[in-house]
Design a protein around this ligand. Structure first.
Ligand code: ADP
Ligand SMILES: Cc1cn([C@H]2C[C@H](O)[C@@H](COP(=O)(O)O)O2)c(=O)[nH]c1=O
Ligand code: ZN
Length: 184
């Protein structure tokens, strides 16, 4: 039987990594073999761990390109987890489809939108293959409502790929996003 693919998306601070870690916990509590991957460029908290903004963490294999996953896979894993998929190349979809064909479940999390309100291509591509998409929301940093769907960049350059956290980005609702951009 083929594996299931669950994709967790949303803005920064919406609980994507925490949700991914909760799924990881279900497998580890059940003593199931898993592999966890993260992009090597995400060195914010720790290079060899997936870490949430609340500090929960699990060991992960840092890789640059999706095809490097093949070097680590034994194909007897019950599930494979990938955090921050927005930073990966589009070839990630092929690796995931190979895993699903072999009956391995796949859980991914990542940003759906850049701070410029553009889709992150790899995340959107993966959404076409997902059996389930979990769309998370953050608390809007401006109005305090639980409707934050986009990340707003406070400082830094104009790059859409720019690793950072609270010092650089906030999560806001669509109305506050428009307001903040108009005030710039
Ligand atoms: N604006 C916010 N809205 C919701 N949670 C926030 C916000 N700012 C900080 N947090 C914290 O971030 C946690 C989620 O972190 P994490 O799972 O790493 O999210 P993500 O991976 O989506 O960035 C929340 O449980 C909460 O403690
Ligand atoms: C919005 C946005 C974010 N990033 C970076 C900033 C962080 O390093 C990650 C997102 O981390 P989180 O677990 O979702 O909090 O992505 C970026 O490079 N470009 C952006 O537009
Ligand atoms: Zn708001």
């Amino acid at each position: 039987m083929s594996g299931k693919f669950i994709l967790i998306v949303g803005p920064m601070y919406s609980g994507k990594t925490s949700e991914l870690i909760s799924f990881i916990e279900i497998y580890t509590l059940g003593k199931k073999k898993i592999k966890v991957f993260k992009p090597i460029i995400d060195t914010r908290y720790a290079s060899e761990y997936v870490v949430s903004h609340t500090g929960t963490k699990v060991e992960a294999i840092p890789i640059k390109e999706s095809k490097e996953m093949y070097n680590y896979l034994d194909y007897d894993e019950k599930a494979v987890f990938v955090d921050e998929v927005q930073f990966f190349d589009e070839g990630l979809k092929d690796v995931i489809n190979d895993l699903l064909k072999k009956g391995i479940n796949v859980y991914c999390s990542g940003l759906d939108l850049t701070y410029k309100n553009n889709p992150f291509q790899t995340t959107i591509l993966l959404s076409a293959y997902a059996d389930e998409i979990i769309k998370k929301k953050a608390v809007c940093h401006e109005c305090g409502e639980y409707n934050g769907t986009i990340s707003f960049k406070l400082v830094g350059n104009g790059d859409e790929i720019d690793v950072g956290g609270f010092e650089k980005y906030i999560a806001v609702c669509r109305d506050c996003y428009e307001k903040l951009n108009a005030e710039k």
